[in-house]
Write a protein that binds this ligand. Structure first.
Ligand code: HEM
Length: 134
């Protein structure tokens, strides 16, 4: 793709996130979380995802929160493994790189990568080294 630019607004976020969902929902490994387990309504879900990313990248304050709770509940229905997260990240980063390049694109990938360990920790708090008994 010639002349790739950096992410600069909500429309750019929508380009990445909607394309990501097209792929993720058809993916044999993680697709069923979206299509069966949570059975999301894409028309409702996508604007929430745009709010989430717009708030992270441009501090719009538009996302109401509750992301961690939703994934904890998802994980209780069907365990979200490290392989699932690796696949999610692979698809997500590929989508960012397909459409954009620059500091914001790097920031978006970095934020996605860094949210994963905290999500995993919230799902399995007993794995925290601090909770180790002496
Ligand atoms: C294996 C990895 C993942 C899977 C399978 C997955 C799947 C899902 C599903 C099915 C929902 C809809 C839940 C519902 O509405 O009940 C959801 C919501 C969401 N996910 Fe993920 N997710 C994953 C990782 C991530 C990561 C790493 C992030 C952030 C970087 C993220 C951000 C979000 C957000 C912001 C929502 C919207 C929550 C809300 O409705 O407020 N997800 N995810």
């Amino acid at each position: 793709m010639p002349n790739k630019q950096d992410i600069s607004n909500r429309a750019d976020i929508a380009t990445i996130v909607s394309a990501f969902y097209q792929k993720a929902m058809q993916d044999p490994a993680i697709g069923p979380f979206f299509t069966e387990i949570a059975a999301i309504d894409l028309e409702e879900h996508l604007p929430v995802m745009y709010d989430f990313w717009e708030n992270l990248l441009f501090q719009t304050g538009g996302y109401r929160g509750g992301m961690m709770y939703k994934h904890i509940m998802l994980d209780r229905q069907q365990h979200l493994t490290k392989e699932h997260f690796a696949r999610w990240l692979e698809l997500f980063e590929a989508e960012v790189d397909t459409h954009f390049t620059g500091p914001m694109a790097e920031d978006m990938k970095k934020r996605a990568r860094s949210i994963i360990p905290s999500m995993q920790l919230k799902m399995r708090p007993t794995m925290l080294p601090l909770t180790e008994r002496r």
